[in-house]
Design a protein around this ligand. Sequence first.
Ligand code: HQG
Length: 192
Amino acid sequence: MSLPEKAREKLSKKIAGLLRHYGPRYGLKLDREGWAKIRDLVRALHRIPGYEWVEEKHVLEVVAKDEKGRYELEGDRIRARYGHSLPVKMKYKPLEKPPPVLYHGTVSRNIYSIMEKGLVPMKRRYVHLSYTWDDAYETGRRHGPDVVVLEIDTSCLKRNGIQVYYAGPKVAVAPWIPPDCIRPSKRGSPRG
Ligand code: HQG
C-alpha cells in the first residue's frame, strides 16, 4: 500500500531536512559528499516524534515519486541533490550548454539587497536557480505572496567566469549571481 500524498509530502520534508540541514543532530552520519545509509536515515527519522512508523520502503517511495529530483540513490545510500546548509562537497557537473536565461523566484522585500549585492547563498551552500519561469514562481511563493521572478543572463555569468551546475531536473546552482547579470522578468503573473 502506498502512502497518502499528504503523509508522503510531510515525510519528504523531514528527509530533506535531515539530509540537508540537521541530520547530525539526530545522529545521522553523512559523508563529505552528503551520502547517508538509507538504514541510518530511517533510524534518524525514528528519533523524530511522529515518524516512528517509517520503514525503508517509505523512504524509497518518497524518492521514486519526487518530481523535483530532490534525492539521489546509490546502492544502500541516499543523499539530497541540492539545498544543503551542511558543509558537503557535491562535485556538481557544470551545465555544458546553459539556456540563455535561467530564473530565480524571490519576494519583493529582498529585491533592493539582491540588486545591490547579487544573489548569495544565504544559509545554503549555493544559489538555487530554476530552468522555467513557473518553477521559479513556485520557489518564490515559499517566501510570501509578493513573488518577484528574476531572469539570470547566463552569457553574462560566463563573461564573469561564474559556472552554473546541474543539481537536478528542475534545479541549477551557482556560487553567486552578480547584480549585472540579473533583471526582473517582464512576465508578472503565472500562466500570464
Ligand atoms: C534570497 C527549494 C536578500 C533568495 C526551492 C531567497 C529551491 C537574498 C532567500 C531551493 C539575497 C533564500 C532553494 C540578497 C538571495 N539579499 N535576499 N543578496 N540573495 N536572497 O530557501 O532559492 O522544495 O535558502 O532570493 O524550490 O528560495 O526544498 O533559497 O528568497 O530549489 O526542494 O534569500 O529550495 O527546493 O531562501 O530555495 P532559500 P531558495 P525544495
